[in-house]
Design a protein around this ligand. Structure first.
Ligand code: FEO
Ligand code: CA
Ligand code: CA
Length: 655
């Protein structure tokens, strides 16, 4: 925040401890001594004591002195790239990285070409939006060479998109340079896109005249469904029924269901709302818990609904998981309230052995929680239409990680435990609208910013990315969040009891503590086979390919933090090499790595390069003076967030 004079940049919303702070004192497990060290930690000598950490550092350093060393019988064959930072992207030798869709690319046959000096909201609504995070690929006719790419457009960088604007500051300048015209472009650049793509002669193409292509924006009409739909707290002047809302915002990661819908997750929705409600307002406690009141966008200047002083319930209509049917361009997106209201990172799921669908959900804020949702009904492979109602009925749970390596899923259900009228919850709608406060009362474990969570269908193990938390103090350390001042994050692996994702019991262990293993004080626990290029910090998005291998995308690495750009790393999870990481791809300066998504045959890998050229570490950047002009590198053209597709030269699986 400091380097931007108080402007809370959208990307910093998720890295800010100034918003949505978890106020409860009960759940850092301060009373639980971090006494649990799993077998692998012991074998690797990764106990958090200096002497042993130093040993780890020495061992890692010895391996690091041999960067070309090939991992013994590992799952990944590619030749690792050099870690570093420069103006462009880098992929492992033997692979092509094709720029498939850039911000502003037309996605309809009659859509206008990108012209950064003459952009309008109307043009933007016919073009690919800004800053994709989640990417999904939904095959057409079972093909890995033809399908629907679904992409979230999470947020906008006005300083890089618009000439003469620079970084706008809500406190100093009241977003003075943000006109209604520019705000309307931003609204049209948010949301998501459905784009048919096809691979012809090895190259991927956009099918601009596809009947499936669609842009969804922060103004697209949507329906609110599930237990909170129609509740008094969801009603506004524009929607007396509490069931219709315009748009989705800050859609970060998501998921694709087995019935071929796209789940798109509203994350830092608080940054879009202006104004205040008084301390005695019925929503005051709710809005404080979500950090509403520190706008990152000028929208409230022109639209009353983005000002809670004028429309106090509108913010309750954001923070949900949105289900979209990409096969029907007229489908009204559904905000599925049964899955809870948080700063949702993602919504990746797995069909449980009993046929129910289970979705894992991270709430990306320091000291917030890991959730899962278990449908009441079963997935019906024969009846797609029946599955479209599945996400409206089921049970939401929040995770408690015990110090002995066990864990419990606590039902977030009205009437159970403290979730009663005495605590202000008169119905399940109240519980869902204030999911965070309900989870506080249940005694969930405060985590180090839970991001993507993916279940491996081959092993039923579940991987939780915990990106970082530099505000965790020594006396707040617990077994599942074992480092104070956790600058580099870690990954937790969860094993549902009996491989049953609907069970309320699980076991867990820390898979890896991230950061530079050569620096003893960091306490990283990558395996000693990991090279100096192979380690990473700040795990964020992840994917499991069809071979069951785990790939990690990062957000927050840069020259100062880790001496490397964000990128994609491949991480061994099984056997002797477990905890060994290899560097596959890196982004240009200022960007974070998003996606990742494999086609079912593992031959194509979609990656999203989000906010290339975004100012970082006090380095200023603007439309006029960007720190990179990736990927076009043309004078006058700003950096453009883009989706890439990686394929192997000459064909074959990504190895
Ligand atoms: Fe938008 Fe938590 O990443
Ligand atoms: Ca993310
Ligand atoms: Ca992120």
């Amino acid at each position: 925040m400091d380097e931007h004079k108080g402007r809370l940049r959208a990307s910093e919303l998720e890295d800010s401890g100034d918003v949505g702070i978890n106020p409860t004192a009960n759940l850092t497990m301060g009373e639980i001594i971090a006494a649990r060290f799993n077998r692998r930690d012991l074998l690797r000598g990764s106990l958090a004591v200096a002497a042993i950490s130093a040993t780890v550092g020495t061992r890692a350093l010895a391996a690091n002195e041999q960067p070309a060393r090939k991992a013994q019988a590992g799952s990944f064959d590619f030749a690792e790239i050099e870690a570093g930072v420069d103006q462009t992207h880098h992929v492992a030798e033997g692979y092509d990285a094709q720029v498939l869709l850039r911000w502003g690319d037309p996605i309809f046959a009659d859509a206008p070409e990108f012209d950064p000096m003459n952009q309008t909201a109307e043009r933007q609504a016919r073009q690919f939006g800004y800053n994709s995070d989640f990417i999904g690929f939904i095959p057409l006719d079972g093909s890995s060479d033809r399908g629907l790419l679904v992409a979230n457009h999470e947020y906008t960088n006005e300083e890089l998109m618009f000439a003469g604007v620079g970084i706008q500051d809500s406190k100093d300048a009241d977003f003075a340079k943000m006109t209604k015209e520019l705000v309307d472009i931003e609204i049209a650049a948010h949301g998501g896109a459905v784009v048919e793509i096809r691979r012809v002669d090895g190259k991927w193409q956009v099918v601009k005249d596809s009947r499936y292509n669609r842009r969804i924006t922060a103004d697209t009409p949507m329906e609110i469904t599930g237990p909170a739909a129609g509740h008094e707290r969801m009603k506004t002047a524009a929607d007396a029924g509490g069931r219709q809302v315009r748009g989705m915002v800050n859609n970060c990661a998501g998921g694709v269901t087995p019935w071929g819908t796209w789940l798109s997750c509203e994350e830092n929705f608080n940054g879009y709302f202006w104004g205040k409600v008084g301390d005695n307002h019925p929503e005051a406690r709710n809005y404080k818990r979500y950090g509403i009141g520190t706008p990152a966008y000028a929208w409230g200047k022109f639209y009353d609904r983005f000002d809670i002083a004028k429309e106090p319930n509108e913010a309750n209509r954001f923070g949900w998981v949105v289900e979209i049917d990409p096969f029907d361009p007229n489908f009204v997106p559904k905000k599925r309230t049964a899955l809870g209201r948080t700063k949702h990172e993602g919504a990746a799921g797995i069909t449980n052995r009993d046929g129910r669908y289970v979705i894992y959900l991270g709430d990306d804020e320091r000291f917030d929680y890991v959730y899962k949702f278990v449908t009441a009904g079963k997935v019906d492979p024969q009846n797609r239409a029946a599955n479209l109602g599945l996400l409206d009925e089921g049970t939401l749970y929040v995770a408690r990680y015990n110090a002995d390596g066990t864990g419990t899923w606590l039902p977030v259900v009205h009437g159970q435990g403290p979730l009663t009228e005495a605590n202000g919850f008169r119905s399940q709608a109240d519980v869902l609208i204030e999911t965070r406060r309900a989870a506080d009362l249940l005694g969930a474990t405060k985590m180090d910013r839970p991001e993507d969570i993916e279940a491996n269908p081959q092993t039923n193990r579940v991987y939780v990315m915990l990106t970082n938390n530099t505000r965790r103090k020594e006396d707040q350390v617990d077994a599942a969040n074992p480092r104070a001042n956790n600058a580099f994050g870690h990954i937790v692996e969860m094993m549902p009891e009996g491989a049953d994702h609907a069970s309320t019991a699980f076991k867990w262990e820390v898979l890896v503590k991230c950061g530079d293993p050569a620096v003893a004080s960091v306490g990283a626990t990558f395996s000693s086979e990991t090279t100096r290029n192979g380690w990473f910090g700040m795990p964020d998005n992840c994917a499991i390919d069809s071979q069951g291998r785990l790939w990690i995308a990062t957000d927050g690495n840069n020259a100062k933090a880790t001496g490397r750009a964000d990128g994609l790393w491949a991480l061994e999870t099984e056997g002797e090499l477990r905890g060994t990481s290899k560097h596959f791809f890196r982004v240009p300066v200022g960007a974070e790595m998003c996606g990742p998504c494999f086609t079912p045959n593992d031959e194509s890998l979609f990656l999203a390069v989000q906010h290339p050229g975004e100012p970082e570490d006090g380095v200023q950047a603007s439309f006029e003076n960007p720190i990179t002009r990736w990927p076009d590198f043309k004078d006058g053209v700003p950096p453009r967030p883009s989706v890439l597709v990686i394929t192997k030269k000459g064909g074959g699986k990504i190895a």
